[in-house]
Design a protein around this ligand. Sequence first.
Ligand SMILES: Cc1cc2nc3c(=O)[nH]c(=O)nc-3n(C[C@H](O)[C@H](O)[C@H](O)COP(=O)(O)OP(=O)(O)OC[C@H]3O[C@@H](n4cnc5c(N)ncnc54)[C@H](O)[C@@H]3O)c2cc1C
Length: 647
Amino acid sequence: MHPTTQLLQEARDRVTFPTLELTKLIYGNDEIYETFMKAQKIIASEPSIRNHPDYHNWGRKEQIIKSYEKIRIMHQHFNLANAAHWAPMLSLFQGTTPSAVSFGMTVPALRFLGTDEQFNLWGPKFLTMEIVAAYAQTEIGHGSDVQNLETTATYDSQTNDFVLHTPSVSAVKFWPGELGFLSNYALVYAKLVFNGKNKGVHPFMVQIRDNSTHKPLKGVVVGDIGPKLGYSTKDNGFLAFENYRIPLNSLLARYVRIENGQFSRHGNEKISYASMMVSRQLIIFIYPRMAAQSLTVAIRYSITRQQFTNDKGVENSVLEYQTQQDKLLPRLATCYGMIFAGLRIAELVDDNFHRVQKKDFSTLQQSHAILSALKAWSSQWVVDTAEWCRLSCGGHGFAHYSGIPAIYFDTAPNVTLEGENQVMYLQVARYLLKVLQYVEKNPEKVPFYFNFVLHIKETLANQSTDFGQLLKLTLTLQLISVAKKIKDSMGTGKNFQQIWNEVVGVQLLSVAQRYAEYFTYLVFQEYISTANQSVKEVLQQLCDLYSIQVILDNPNTLIESGRINVEQFKQLNETKIELLSKLKPQALGLVEAFNFSDNALRTCIGCHDGKPYEYIYEWATKENSVNIKGVPQAVNDLMGTKIKARL
Ligand SMILES: Cc1cc2nc3c(=O)[nH]c(=O)nc-3n(C[C@H](O)[C@H](O)[C@H](O)COP(=O)(O)OP(=O)(O)OC[C@H]3O[C@@H](n4cnc5c(N)ncnc54)[C@H](O)[C@@H]3O)c2cc1C
């Protein structure tokens, strides 16, 4: 057997649990798993859409064109309107997936904010891609602060329609995905002006390009905003309107309406949260799986990569080094926690949708808070993990051929889009403080995943160093501390907003992140309790490693409060090192349970048969178009010139 293939095979033989049992847990249900496996096969077997080693040498235009071809072919095989179908595919392609914004953001907004008639009018056309619609909210001047958007939609009572207008450069829509080239419609968020009065920002379904020529309609200025940090296949766009008339029916009218010349509001406006939930939920569901891809590459490579000889004269796999285990295994543990959290959140969001449709808003705020916390925490963690995986592969990790750099830059925007992370955390902190206030007067209102606030006294009195207890204690102490600081600051002459923005901001972010970590711990434990006996032990080891790492990353609260002494702290470090040793022989099984094909990993250093050197040399010499065309002639031109040195 080839020597590095043998190293991987021996590592496979050392795994002591059935990987298939974990695979079942990771994909949650048979439909998602089968769709995922089928998509991997189709992408790998269709030559025109298979992931290509030379992809990162291509120009942006060629990359975009190939991404459209991918989506055209995938439409022939799957119902892309069904998130369970397309969500798992997003991690399998090179580049981003066209129409994901249209399906993942615009369609849910239409469903929740439009009337049934409006949804029936436009909804079916999304299925056939007769309509592709960008979600056009952000402007050059404002993103997070939606209430200060400047685009206006002025109601004209004479003609019973709206005039959509961009009054300044800062009002130009900027960043919406799929706006640059692909969309023929946009869901435009604009300030509704009625009888000269500002009625707030509302969504309008607007045609922006011609049905037959796909050219911008008169009064519409639209295009692509230019190159970014990766993300090259997404045509993020700009959009401006010059007194552009749109029909009355453009206003999504489930909650606001203009009828018989009168403006009216209906139902609960909090519903607007619900439409953002789909895309945030997908961020939590999909992207930890891209971290799983980078971990698969890094762990396989770390087994086949050998550096320095041991006392028996044999070269060590770099995964034998404790420091390498420390780079990768706590992240692998967290990855499992995040994948489970993503699955649980999908259930919570689904349950919330059913309630909202029956006008039951009782779970809306808690779902929003959990989603926001996990969106913020997981998106930053995924990017950091890609970077650690790259570093753990040394020089070869820096090559696009490793597959890892693209994971870094294709996931990096998630920190900012769909709610900038810090802004998300602040909303979570606000909700945590609200839940804390329920304790005295309305304890029955405290939702299940926040019930730690009902046990504050017991938590503070509990001396146990059980990991779950320490996570809960940290969260509780931080929440009490920030609530007290706000209360104490009220007497200093500052108003609430000043205190929020200037006194406690950093603490608020911290407590919100502690909540995300604690939630993940709770869900991890839930999954362990229902898992097959054969994988319970390894899952518990992962959960313990996850929890210890979280505690060690932010021990200040426990140390400052005196709740953990130096000896206990040392013991936590010792336990972590023991867990690294226990999990090292299981690491390959833990990543192979994700079941990514070589094509899906876009790698030559982390393939299933473990021959990194042969493949990287082959790709560099045979697939690398820079060696083949264009450049050699330019070199001849340069070297053939007599350069006069300027001395
Ligand atoms: C790749 C990509 C795709 C996108 N796709 C879309 C799309 O499809 N549709 C769309 O409408 N938009 C889209 N956007 C825009 C995106 O939603 C916004 O950029 C995002 O919401 C952040 O808003 P901002 O740019 O205004 O950042 P800002 O809010 O200006 O953030 C700048 C800094 O200010 C801080 N900050 C802001 N407010 C506060 C506060 N209250 N307290 C403390 N700190 C604060 C932030 O934490 C950040 O550090 C996309 C953006 C990117 C990068």
